[in-house]
Ligand binder design. Sequence first.
Ligand code: F0G
Length: 465
Amino acid sequence: MPEASHQLRCVGCSAVISPDSVEKDFRCIDCGELLEVEYPSWSAAGASTSAPVAGTEPGPRRMPNPGALRWLWQERLQSRLPIDQSGVWRFRELLPILLQPEKAVTLREGNTPLYSLLQNAEDLGLEQLYAKHQGMNPTGSFKDTGMTAALSQARERGFQWVACASTGNTSAAMAAYASRARMNSLVLLPEGKISWSKLSQALDYGAVTCQLNTDFDGCVRVLADVVRRAPVYLLNSVNPYRLEGQKTPALEIAEQFDWQIPDHLIVPGGNLANSSALGKGFLEMMHLGLSNKVPKITVVQAEGANPLYLSLLNHDGCEIQPMQATTRATAIRIGNPASWRKAARIIRQTGGYCEQVSEAEIAVAKAEIGQEGIGCEPASAVTLAGLKKLVRQGKIHPSESVVLLLTGHTLKDSEFTIDFHQGKLLSADESAGMEQEIAQKRRPVLSLEASSDAVLRVLEAAIKG
Ligand code: F0G
């Protein structure tokens, strides 16, 4: 069997850990910090300067030159092999985490579209504004790219059971990939605080689904104990293999921009792993000579769930104060984010920003993305809401190119959308100062008698505007 070509490194104390001796909670045994995957064989190419640990010495594998890699990844788009059809494993040279990549568990994730947002760009006076729509993945969110990587790792390591605590999307992705792999999954969800669509996915894909009378952060605490006491493999984003899959949209973005990296990438922040995963992808591409810059990575949080924003504002990103989180963007309703250090680091490394946005700003931005014919779930809309603030503050200039990472599909939370259009979503306090914008964006459902006259009257009025 081929040897593993990766090792794990603690982001706190830089200790190097062999994949075979990693703790069940994926934390450093010395300092308790999170780990990340690195590839010693890339050191020659400049990607890592660390020495390999015993048992993980790289084989004779050498990284092909950048031109050959770009060609190979394009060629695989024509292939019928399942792993070539995956937008994650198509780039497998950059995530050699499996001994047998041909056995990866895939639902043909990734290869998601990059849309231009023409109206939104015009409204903001920007020349180039795009949405990378990760909601177009098999289970409707960006989690699929990470799940194929980490769940394949779990299967290769012989686990029968996988588990996660979730605000809904991770559980949907995990349940689907576990079933594809004929494995079992355990989901812990905060009762009453996730959307019905996401809960329905976990059930449909066959997970053992538990709603706990607590919030997401409480579910994480309970799961930590479960994982310690039972032979289950943890699939929350503290699992560094998740991030290897979640870095691949960075490669797709580079490819979709003909390897000319955009100036800004804006992502929503919840448990705060995805921003660093994408940053890792961009940094690795640059180290390997595939591109010559990284975008500024900005994280946007909801005002009611903004621990990273406050940490950067008050403590220079060096410590974080857990909080009781509250926002209708339930996917990012997280008060004690596990990966805050990684997120703070990538914002610093790339020269990006951290912003917070209100409930009304999220709702309006979501409607605006909807009007582009694209749509997204509430948590994804924080990106456009945050962009508006950065443009107003002069931190993003009209000539710079901007990509918004839309993390979830609009059908993930249709209750939010319907409540917004029916005027039931926001309180008067929350809408204060934005009443006009909100009224312009709302589309009421019209109840009419069943006659063509009635419909034509509505149509004529609409045509006249
Ligand atoms: N957007 C959506 C749609 C999400 O589901 C999440 C996280 C995020 C953004 C934030 O990403 O945590 O990497 O900062 N959802 C997790 C879940 C927590 O359980 O589905 P992050």
